[in-house]
Design a protein around this ligand. Structure first.
Ligand code: SF4
Length: 439
């Protein structure tokens, strides 16, 4: 019998309706407690190994980056801040000349830099310093050895993960055009820890999916060619601008839930496998060992987390996929799931898998949300650093949402580590209560 007749291609199975698809969303526009987009530099500079991030900002921006990244004593850092001081703010100095001087000095001293990001901030936007023109000017001067690109990490009306979105969206126009005669290719979009990227690459290879490229790549010289035959898939829900920029260049998005947990990873991989017409049995054989290992590890954690109430303050934009993972695979009870922005299209499958009746909120009015949190008395609160300490003081166990962006959490092998990130603060809180009872 003809082998191709026996093939049964993968059919993705994830809901696109039901759950919280049509649930009302509590929209708030009050005081917010979030970090700005400069924070993204911390994980982006680790990923793109020959890039340098030069923040054009104030001492506050420099402090933020330095304290978020930790002080690097032995390594040559790959980020810095060109300080805009009072003279610049008063319009007394030519900030462009100063910027050119700083960049020239930097590139002379660091010939290893191949891509330089000029990262805008609130102060550079206040003085209307045109960093796109600066990037063009400096690119011409230092091309071809260094490419200079600009994006904004400003904290005005943004949240911290938007820094990555702005950075990747700025990279899209620089990607070369794919040959129109080229066959289909896959672009995986969003920063992944190298270990996770390698695991996904092994799955793609085993299923015959390719050629595959990652955005961002580990080296700035490895820019993927894109065109109408490019299919791309997001690994993070906060990459709306990047997705739009890729679509504007003709690339087509593969829709799927995000690869968090055993179930999410299976659905994400199966959506790609379906797009490539992979045989269902072949897919099952490829993913089964890792999926079963992850499910087994999660079953143990489910015993400890099931029934625990969790409340999400809006911070990372990962809240909805995380809530889906915690409720479906670990049996946690969702009280409120807050997110800075709810991208309904990119989150369609995720929302459909949240239990109906879950309170969804978008944006923030922090005092009101704190009142709702206190009224719910959750076992665990996921929030930004600024809220964590006061909430701990009030007796709540907290998880810093920023840690979820820094840690490798996607894929099968990381599913149990992801669950562990939520279990640890509960264990710590239980120990504190035990000690207090013995005292
Ligand atoms: S970019 Fe704006 S919000 Fe971010 S550290 Fe600088 S001044 Fe603060």
């Amino acid at each position: 019998m003809n082998k191709s007749i026996m093939m049964r291609p993968v059919q993705t199975q994830f809901p696109t309706s039901g759950g919280c698809t049509d649930s009302p969303v509590l929209r708030e526009r009050g005081q917010r407690e979030v970090f700005c987009g400069l924070t993204g530099i911390i994980w982006l500079h680790r990923k793109i190994q020959d890039a340098f991030f030069l923040v054009v900002g104030s001492r506050t921006c420099a402090h933020l980056i330095q304290s978020a990244a930790g002080v690097m004593i032995f390594a040559e850092p790959r980020f810095a801040t060109a300080i805009i001081d009072d003279r610049d703010l008063a319009g007394l100095a030519d900030a462009n000349e100063e910027l050119d001087r700083v960049v020239s000095r930097l590139l002379e001293r660091r010939p290893d830099i191949r891509m330089l990001f000029l990262v805008g901030s609130c102060p550079s936007e206040v003085i209307k310093l045109d960093l796109s023109r600066a990037a063009e000017r400096l690119s011409q001067r230092f091309s071809p050895s260094v490419r200079v690109i600009n994006y904004s990490g400003s904290g005005i009306e943004t949240t911290f993960t938007q820094g990555e979105d702005a950075c990747l969206a700025a990279l899209v126009p620089k990607l070369p055009a794919a040959d129109v005669a080229a066959g289909p290719s896959l672009l995986v979009v969003g920063t992944l820890a190298d270990v996770v990227e390698d695991q996904f690459a092994r799955f793609f290879k085993a299923m015959g999916i390719g050629p595959v490229a990652f955005l961002p790549a580990r080296r700035s010289t490895e820019l993927a060619a894109i065109g109408t035959n490019t299919r791309f898939i997001l690994v993070q829900p906060f990459l709306g601008d990047t997705a739009r920029a890729l679509e504007a260049r003709g690339a087509q998005r593969i829709t799927a839930p995000f690869p968090l947990g055993a179930e999410g990873t299976t659905m994400w991989l199966s959506a790609i496998a379906q797009a490539w017409g992979v045989d269902a049995d072949h897919f099952e054989q490829t993913v089964r060992p890792a999926r079963d290992r992850a499910a087994l590890a999660l079953a143990r954690q489910r015993e400890r987390l099931s029934g625990k109430k969790i409340f999400f303050f809006p911070d990372s934009q990962l809240e909805v996929p995380l809530a889906r993972f915690l409720s479906r695979e670990l049996g946690m009870q969702l009280t409120e799931v807050g997110s800075p922005y709810l991208h309904r299209q990119h989150l369609a499958a995720e929302l459909a898998m949240l239990p109906a009746g879950t309170t969804l909120s978008e944006g923030q009015d922090v005092e009101q949300q704190l009142d709702r949190c206190r009224a719910q008395q959750p076992d665990l609160v996921v929030c930004g650093l600024g809220l964590a300490n006061p909430l701990e003081d009030e007796g709540f166990a907290t998880k810093w949402s920023i840690e979820l962006v820094f840690s490798p959490i996607q894929g099968y092998d990381q599913a149990a580590d992801l669950a562990e990130l939520f279990e640890r603060p509960l264990r710590r809180r239980a120990l504190i209560a035990e000690k207090a009872a013995c005292a």
